[in-house]
Every structure is written in C-alpha cells, then in structure tokens.
Design a binder for this molecule. Structure first.
Ligand SMILES: Cc1ncc(COP(=O)(O)O)c(C=O)c1O
Length: 439
C-alpha cells in the first residue's frame, strides 16, 4: 500500500531501554505504580488545566463500562446482580447515545445491564442532535439511566450543554471522547477540563494519542475518580476487601510509560496532523467537513462527507483509490442502528441524519509521518475517482424492506430479545416504533 489509511506510531520502546530498565529494577509493574502516577499528574497538568482528576485504564471500552457502572451505583433498583437477574421482568433502563458512533459505547452499556437507545445526529458536526436527545429524555424520562454523547472524531461538543442537561433531567452523563485527547475546547482549556460528569478517552494505536492499548477517565469530580479507581482494582476499597463492584482494568507501568513518552511529543504531532487536515479541506471544496474552529481539534483520520449525489458510489471511489495504493475507510458505516446485533438488542426510531452521514462518510489517510505531498496524492486520486463516477450512469437503488417495516423510509426499531416475540426458526421479529426525528 502506497499511502495507508493510518500508520500507527506509538513511542518506540526500543529507544526507551533505560526507562524500561528502571521499571524492571523497581519491580513494580502495575497497580498504579510510580510511572502511572506521574503520567496521570502530567495529564492533569498539561491536558486538563490542572483541574480535576484522571485515572488510566487498559482501554477506553473498559473505561466506558466502569464509568457507566459507577453512575448506576447511585440509582434505585440498579444493584448489579439483581439488575442482571431481573432484566427480563422489569422495565428496561436505557443508555441514550447517538447512532453514529463506535460499537464500544453500546457494548459498555449492555455489559452494565442497560439497553442502548439510539438518537439521531446533528447534520453539521455529526454528534448527537440536541433536539433528538431532549425528545428522548422527555419521552423515556427516568428510564434513561445515563446519557452517552460521543465527541465525534475529536470535535469539541458543547459540554456546558451536557452539564445543563444533566441538571435539568437529573441524569448522569458519560462522554465517549475516544479520539479527543489534545482537542482544545472553546474556552481554550483542554477538551473535558472542568466537566463534572465522566469523560473517557482512548490511547489505542490508531488514535492520535497512540500508545497501543490504553484509556483515560477524567472528571472534575475527584471523588468520582477515586471511586472509579477502586472499581478498576477489583472494587478493593480496603485491603483485599471488595467494598463495591469491581473489575481489573488497570494500565501496566509499561503502558503508562508509553503514555508519558507520547505526551512529551504530542503538541508537535497534533499540530502536524491539523496542518494536513487543513490541506485536505482546502483542496476538497466539494466535500463536507465538521465545522472548523479556531481551537485545535485532535484528528485520527481526515473524515469528510461525499456530495449527496455521489454517495451511492462510495465503494467504487474507495476501490479506485485502493488501485492507486491509497487506503480509506468509512467510519462509522454501518452506524450502530445498522449493525446486526444492535438491530436486535437496541431501541431506536428513524435516524435520517445518521443514515445520510453514514452513507456519505469517507475516512482519508492521516498519520504522524505523513507528508504534504502524500495529502496531495490522496486528493489527486480522490478527485480522479469522483470524476470517474460522475460520468457513470446511476443505477436505480431498490428500496430495502425489512420485516415489519411499513415504508422503505420507516425505521427498523428493535428491542431486547427478551421483550420480543420469536419467529419460527428462532429469529426475532423486528417491530416499528414511532419515528424520533431530529430538528
Ligand atoms: C468512538 C470510540 N469509542 C470507543 C472506542 C474504544 O476505544 P478502545 O479501543 O481504547 O477500547 C473507540 C475505538 O476506536 C472509538 O472510536
């Protein structure tokens, strides 16, 4: 592949032999050792304006699970074992999240006994639509146990709105900010700084803050982070004495070392990535991008939307670019409401914007060592592919009807297996619920 979608470049441990030896000599390999403690302190100082507290975890998915389990501890009728056992007989409790996101948030909610409830997204920035969230909160009320927005592709979603929403509806908020480490929010502080809910970031090899595997949980609420630390270590609130629900989600000392090394060089990495994305944007006026802000956005890939009239040709465009040796992807297509498991397990209505965004999205290459001329090559290949499909006659698309749908445009609504009648052969009947629309 000439230009891959991504070329993960976590810090080179082979060049950090002395630091690795220090860990070996110390004999302290995990359990919030000194490297981890220093890394968390560095992150608070450099990423979060010195405010609040953070906790490393071994990946963001477990971080999301911990964060959701933690906010459920305070809610009536949510004792974990009881919740699992009685899920069939009690009214479901929901985790509200946008459909246009990664599977991790929905899985985390389900591991905590919640039913994912999908809402539509905003056509401008592709994050959860405020109107759709409000409509869901009004409709489902206290059945919504947690709101889980996604800071889409590192975009600085309005956290002040979520503070207000949390107060108004008395519902906790857990933000999936997997790609956001290094994004600067509108007030100039690092994204998440001062937020009183929980925010979870990823340090996966494909993220801009790449270490390999790793995650970070942040909150301005220090007690919440302290509780999460206990949960993250088997729930041991006292010496080998579980005082709350727990799991092992700790980051190793080597993982924390990777984080410290990444942080030392991160500004340069992010600025370089931002310059490359600016070059893409300037060269591709036909494509739609998230709004551009003065403040910095961390970029994992360069995500853009194809023009509406060309969306049916996305696969052909990607194939043509692959022939030129250029790797692309289409995150997040299918969106959650189009994935087999969640069609059966989740609840949702019409998702017209998510459908549209997912059908048009294309992820273009971006990596630390990428050069400006490589962006130009990607752009040239993409423009050539766009030109080629534009002259090709459009094939009429057959509307896809699903069992139980009333019109092709009607939503596939789903509910948990336990609540649905089974079809002959063990399948699940899909039912249609009324459409939830965003503004
Ligand atoms: C939006 C989103 N949430 C969560 C995750 C999960 O992160 P991790 O791989 O660290 O578990 C990812 C990973 O790609 C992601 O893109």
């Amino acid at each position: 592949m000439g230009i891959p979608l991504t070329r993960p470049a976590p810090p080179r441990l082979s060049e950090a032999a002395a630091l690795l030896k220090e860990i070996e000599d110390r004999g302290h390999f995990s359990n919030f050792g000194p490297v981890n403690t220093a890394f968390e302190a560095d992150m608070i100082a450099q990423m979060f304006n010195g405010e609040g507290a953070c906790l490393t975890v071994c990946n963001a998915t477990l971080g999301l699970m911990l964060a959701v389990a933690n906010v459920l501890r305070d809610q009536p009728g949510t004792r974990p074992a009881r919740r699992m056992m009685s899920a069939r007989s009690e009214a479901p409790r929901y985790a509200l999240m946008p459909a246009f996101t990664f599977a991790a948030a929905a899985h985390a909610a389900m591991w905590c006994g919640l039913v994912p409830l999908f809402c539509d997204v905003d056509p401008r920035d592709w994050s959860a639509s405020a109107a759709a969230e409000e409509a869901m909160l009004t409709r489902y009320g206290r059945q919504i146990a947690v709101v889980m927005p996604y800071a889409t592709f590192g975009f600085d979603i309005d956290l002040a709105r979520y503070e207000a929403l949390s107060q108004r509806h008395d519902v906790p908020v857990v933000v999936d900010a997997a790609a956001s480490l290094g994004t600067v929010q509108r007030d100039g502080r690092g994204f998440g700084s001062g937020f009183s809910g929980t925010i979870v970031y990823s340090m996966h090899a494909t993220k801009s803050f790449a270490t390999g595997e790793g995650g970070l949980i942040y909150s301005a609420d220090r007690q919440m982070v302290a509780d999460l630390r206990t949960m993250c270590n088997f729930g041991f609130g006292k010496a080998r004495n579980a005082t709350m629900l727990g799991i092992n989600a700790k980051l190793s000392e080597v993982g924390a070392l990777l984080g410290r090394l990444r942080l030392s060089d991160y500004d340069r990495v992010l600025n370089h990535r931002a310059e490359l994305v600016a070059r893409y944007r300037a060269a591709l006026p036909e494509l739609s991008f998230q709004p551009q802000r003065q403040n910095r956005q961390a970029h994992q890939f360069c995500s853009a939307l194809l023009p509406n009239r060309l969306r049916r040709h996305r696969a052909a465009i990607q194939d043509a670019m692959a022939k030129d040796g250029i790797g692309t992807a289409a995150y997040f297509s299918p969106h959650l409401g189009q994935q087999d498991f969640f069609v059966e397990q989740a609840v949702f209505g019409a998702l017209p914007v998510a459908d549209n965004v997912a059908s048009r999205v294309i992820s273009l290459p971006l990596f630390d060592s990428m050069q400006a001329w490589e962006v130009d090559e990607v752009v040239a290949s993409l423009c050539q592919a766009l030109k080629a499909v534009r002259v090709r006659p459009l094939r009429p698309i057959q509307p896809i009807m699903q069992a139980g749908q009333t019109t092709p445009a009607a939503p596939v609504a789903a509910a948990s297996l336990s609540r649905l009648p089974r079809q002959r052969g063990g399948g699940v009947t899909r039912v249609v619920v009324s459409a939830e629309r965003s503004s």
